[in-house]
Design a protein around this ligand. Structure first.
Ligand code: GLY
Length: 368
């Protein structure tokens, strides 16, 4: 098992990454429970796959559980499900010193983290992420929250977990498309800050695709180390944490124009967005012309989408996509800041990007 430490000023915690961690869950709780009780929130898909294993080992260890299973999918990151979750916690008399476990992907983690942040002004929570995307991104770093009709993640809190338990065995059960979407966030770390990690991933395409356990442990652990290092430097995203948004401004525009639907998953949009960010960087002569070609080949070897044209159905005109990008949180005084790169592993925050150069990159990606 690998351990990654996240030593923050107000809340230090560990990320545990390994095989068969759920069957050993009680050993990670030793000395931390105020009573022999855990609340668990999951979703109906994850419930069918992993909940009974977790409940059984806890019960064998004498730990009583209360379970809430929500509907799967992004629509559960809502005021309604938040209210239902908090009411459920209060109805079940979850106390100030109790711990709630978020067992599931990014939706469960974000929702439960936010509910934990506001219940009795903050109770402890453990992230037990079961998707690749949640293991390498959303379970680490304390961003919690819900969506509103005004947009994604607009209501929430920075609220760090007490522990993250990433059981790599759960990755054997996820669908190929979800696995590859999560991989979009893994490769992002190499692209933004670690050329050697990018090369290692590129050299291990077949092992990653066959979900070789040791390769995945290394990939998840290194992604978490990189995220932890950035979060330690800039927990509340006043500066460098924005680097983690490589590809995300393009992705948010694509998500908005595909209605946050199955047409394009978040990680797929991140992957396309990373290619577009490198394409733009190359056209602005910031990075080599070869970089976007290399990255595109890697994604294509992995079997991932590489262009906007790979998204099914009708998409808006380039002008509309550029306008959507200008709705992003990184617009300051009407100027768009984007994460661009001076080469693979050398991302930086670029300011005041010319909309016409973004438009030309988008236009080409709609056809090639
Ligand atoms: N997902 C980006 C971040 O946690 O900052």
């Amino acid at each position: 098992m690998r351990k990654v430490k996240v030593p923050l000023e107000n809340q230090s915690y560990e990320i545990l990454i390994g095989e068969n961690l759920i069957p050993n869950f009680p050993s990670f709780l030793e000395g931390n429970l105020s009573r022999n009780f855990l609340a668990i929130v999951t979703d109906k898909n994850v419930e069918a796959l992993h909940l009974s294993n977790l409940v059984k080992v806890l019960s064998d260890a004498g730990i009583e559980t209360k379970i809430l299973s929500i509907n799967p999918g992004e629509s559960s990151k809502s005021w309604e499900t938040l209210k239902m979750t908090v009411d459920w916690m209060l109805n079940n008399k979850i106390e100030r010193n109790d711990i709630v476990v978020a067992l599931g992907g990014g939706v469960v983690g974000d929702l439960v983290g936010f509910a934990a942040a506001i219940l009795r002004r903050g109770i402890r929570f453990i992230q037990c992420p079961t998707s690749l995307l949640a293991q390498v991104d959303s379970s680490v770093g304390g961003k919690t929250g819900i969506n509103t009709t005004h947009g994604k993640n607009l209501v929430g809190a920075f609220y760090q977990p007490a522990l993250v338990v990433s059981d790599i065995s759960t990755l054997k059960t996820i669908k190929e498309r979800d696995f590859l979407a999560g991989y979009g966030e893994v490769i992002k770390y190499g692209l933004l800050g670690d050329y050697d990690f990018y090369c290692w991933l590129d050299a291990n395409v077949s092992k990653i695709k066959e979900r070789d356990t040791q390769t995945l442990i290394k990939a998840v652990a290194h992604s978490c180390e990189m995220k932890a290092e950035i979060v330690i430097r800039d927990e509340k995203e006043h500066g460098d944490r924005a680097l983690l948004n490589l590809g995300h401004t393009f992705c948010h525009a694509l998500e908005a124009s595909t209605g946050y639907s199955e047409r394009m998953l978040h990680g797929e949009g991140v992957a396309i967005g990373c290619i577009l960010a490198f394409e733009l960087s190359a056209r602005m002569n910031l990075s080599s012309q070869e970089d976007p070609v290399r990255i595109k080949k890697h994604f294509s070897d992995m079997g991932m989408m590489t262009s906007i044209k790979d998204i099914s159905g009708v998409l808006p005109e380039p002008d509309t996509l550029v306008e959507l990008m200008f709705q992003d949180k990184k617009v300051v005084d009407g100027k768009l800041n984007l994460i661009l790169a001076k080469g693979i592993g050398k991302a930086f925050i670029a300011t005041d990007i010319d909309p016409s150069s973004i438009k030309s990159v988008i236009k080409d990606s709609l056809i090639t």
